[in-house]
Design a protein around this ligand. Structure first.
Ligand code: GRF
Length: 223
């Protein structure tokens, strides 16, 4: 049984967007089942009909939806279709878990400061889709993963949490990816529980303050 949010007595409901294998989705499913994450997964949406992540959702009895991007003329129209389904499932927080699409203001404005992404590097290093290969190519000794709020940029939103992973001399993309994934699977459910508990505060700099000042996140101490 899911715990309920003490403020409004509604379950904290996640909508998870996926495109691929869904190991992060599985970590969230497992954390919910183990009650390490007191939330409900309301719906899993994929832009890829064959995504293994959809099988994981179905196996867990979670509603799924496929939204083909080719069926929508613009990114905004695609996102509007996504928002409609998220709202139909009473989602309050959206998780991009290996979702290989750039999202637009249509999604971000529907869920302000409530769209979360997981990325396999220590941002702001190595944004984009080749993060592990880029880390190896650069020769960094430490990489890792980042959970952040999504903004209109590519992997640029306020950072919620990070975990470090050493890069070993004989690492290749696959071995580094697999070691980072282990950390991703711990970090993502942990951060989602912070959000569920209302511990995440987004501090937006007042206009007229230091140029380039970014919104940042404060995590309140556990009650
Ligand atoms: C993960 O490395 C995640 O950080 C990135 O895409 C990958 C998704 O993996 N955004 P999975 O589909 O969760 O297995």
């Amino acid at each position: 049984m899911n715990a309920v949010n003490a403020v409004n007595a509604a379950p904290f409901t996640l909508g998870v967007l996926v495109s691929g294998s869904g190991t992060n989705l599985q970590a969230v499913i497992d954390a919910v089942a183990a009650e390490r994450l007191r939330a409900k997964i309301g719906v899993v949406i994929s832009n890829v009909a064959t995504a293994k992540a959809l099988d994981r959702a179905r196996a867990a009895g979670i509603p799924t939806a496929v939204i083909e991007h080719k069926a929508h003329p613009t990114r905004q129209a695609f996102d509007a279709a996504v928002v409609e389904i998220l709202r139909a499932h009473h989602v309050s927080c959206v998780v991009l878990a290996g979702f290989m699409r750039i999202v637009t203001s249509v999604l971000l404005e529907a869920f302000p400061h409530r769209v979360v992404n997981i990325h396999p590097s220590l941002l702001p290093a190595f944004p984009g889709v080749h993060a592990q290969a880029d880390a190896i190519a650069y020769g960094v000794r430490i990489s890792g993963c980042t959970v952040h709020l999504v903004d209109s940029g590519m992997d640029t939103g306020p950072i919620l949490a990070q975990a470090a992973v050493p890069v070993l001399d004989d690492d290749d993309d696959a071995s580094l990816r697999d070691r980072i994934l282990v950390k991703e699977h711990e970090l993502l459910p942990t951060v989602l529980q912070w959000i569920a508990d209302g511990r995440v505060e987004v501090v937006v700099p007042e206009s007229g303050t230091e140029q380039g000042a970014r919104p940042r996140v404060r995590i309140a101490p556990r009650q």
